[in-house]
Design a protein around this ligand. Structure first.
Ligand SMILES: N[C@@H](CCOP(=O)(O)O)C(=O)O
Length: 461
């Protein structure tokens, strides 16, 4: 299977090269040239088995079946729940998909554990080493640090916005003690960190010199791996059952993964609401058809403090009928002016994509954490609360089941839990020693040239 760039000016590449590249050389995001048809999961099929089938469908004949099996088995052996993404019932026709059973207690582990195994397998075979970047608003960085710590073929460079992630989120990315993991705190917000990563990719000499890759959800492997838990959820709740997924969203990779699962035939239908905080770019995009660049606000759900959701580009590409000129024009205008109205050709089909968005205020988020606790005794993380709040506000009728994705464990946000619920939330035993470990990170000003220099000086040759 070949992968093509949403901006149409890069050579199509195979699955492995698409994943190793992260971003396409023309600045676009890779998508498969056509959607593979993947057989639905069954209720008694293991998570690893479904993951193998999904990855194999995208990898085609590039990776032997045995290799994919090894990658998936190793990836999910570190999860504390054998189902990887178990469901708990929250009410009549309401479920929570728990995605926080991985090593850093966030949904990012699900794909990142797999990607690190994939990179290790492929780069060892090629005798190649890469510099891998990621920008994080809190959870991607920790997941990448845990997944790549000690990897012989990878030097990891994580960019996080200084003092705009929770202390526990920061500890996950700054305490691995591994000499191949580098954490950089940028004096700015997540959008700037992400823009820095993208501008490093735009410098092709730098990419070639450092063998640069990226493991944000710009990377197709992230989307493919995240599509798996949509498939297992459909199987668990009934092959023909109509589901509405509520997806706490920032960069929109997770919601896009649901869309991809549906396009590949893994779901009975498709409806997903991107639940966003006061950084409501996605709501404005879906409801008002406008792409706006605004400074990201700091909210109680920091991982979603994002105003430029990267994966919207993949959706624009699809709903435009795969028109790379249109995508390129749109994103060039956006880069220049910071504000673009979506043409009717996009806003019309966008409404039929199965995706939509709804925003939740900071006070509603805290109230919702408290309400869920009162009703069930459960503590939920503020991102998950954005999701449950949307589900509650816009109930679905009939036999349709709501599935809210619980993106992180509440223990990653003890201060917010305390404020909302008045209770402390200790870390689970398996990560209890986190706060005792020494932290290591470098604080840099908001200058991409400093990041560039740091990577050149700290990568292994
Ligand atoms: N919410 C993320 C930001 C990066 O998103 P990604 O899914 O593209 O990696 C985070 O927590 O870091």
């Amino acid at each position: 299977m070949k992968f093509t760039s949403t901006r149409g000016q890069a050579e199509p590449v195979g699955f492995v090269d698409a994943c190793l590249s992260g971003l396409a050389p023309d600045g676009g995001l890779y998508v498969p040239e056509s959607w593979p048809s993947i057989e639905r999961a069954t209720a008694n099929e293991s998570y690893v088995s479904v993951a193998c089938r999904v990855i194999a469908a995208f990898a085609g004949d590039e990776l032997p079946k045995k290799t994919i099996e090894g990658i998936c088995e190793r990836a999910y052996s570190s999860f504390s729940h054998k189902s990887v993404a178990p469901l708990v019932q929250w009410g009549a026709n309401r479920f929570i998909m728990e995605l926080h059973h991985g090593p850093t207690l966030a949904f990012k582990d699900v794909a990142m554990q797999l990607i690190a195994q994939l990179f290790d397998e492929v780069l060892s075979a090629r005798g190649q080493r890469m510099s891998v970047t990621c920008a994080t608003s809190g959870d991607t960085g920790g997941a990448a640090a845990a997944a790549f710590a000690g990897a012989s073929q990878v030097d990891l460079f994580i960019l996080h916005p200084y003092e705009r992630v929770s202390p526990v989120q920061r500890l996950f990315m700054t305490t691995t003690g591994a000499d191949n993991v580098h954490n950089i705190a940028i004096d700015d917000d997540f959008d700037v960190c992400q823009a820095f990563v993208k501008s490093l990719f735009a410098d092709r000499d730098f990419v070639n010199e450092t063998y640069l890759s990226g493991v944000n959800s710009i990377n197709w492997a992230r989307i493919a791996a995240q599509a798996v838990y949509y498939a297992t959820t459909q199987a668990a709740l009934g092959d023909d059952r109509s589901l509405r997924f509520i997806v706490p969203s920032g960069n929109m990779g997770d919601a896009l993964a649901g869309y991809v699962a549906a396009r590949c035939g893994l779901l009975a239908g498709f409806e997903a609401v991107c639940a966003v905080n006061e950084n409501d770019t996605l709501r404005v995009l879906f409801e008002e058809g406008r792409m706006l660049r605004r400074p990201a606000l700091a909210t109680p759900s920091p991982a979603m403090d994002i105003s430029v959701p990267s994966n919207f580009e993949r959706l624009v590409y699809e709903v435009s009928g795969r028109d790379p000129e249109l995508v390129r024009g749109l994103y060039e205008s956006f880069a220049q002016s910071g504000s673009v109205d979506l043409p009717n050709r996009i806003s019309g089909p966008l409404g039929c994509s199965g995706l939509s968005a709804a925003a939740v205020s900071d006070s509603e988020t805290l109230e919702e954490m408290n309400r869920v606790h009162d009703e069930t005794g459960w503590l939920i993380c503020p991102h998950t609360a954005v999701g449950t709040s949307v589900a509650r506000r816009e109930p679905v009728g009939g036999d349709i089941a709501d599935v809210v994705l619980a993106t992180a464990h509440p223990a990653k946000f003890p201060e917010t839990v305390k404020e909302a619920v008045g209770r402390s939330c200790p870390l689970p035993d398996r990560v209890a020693g986190l706060a005792d470990r020494a932290e290591q990170f470098e604080r840099l000003p908001s200058e991409v040239s400093d990041v560039r220099k740091y990577i050149l000086e700290n990568r292994r040759n």
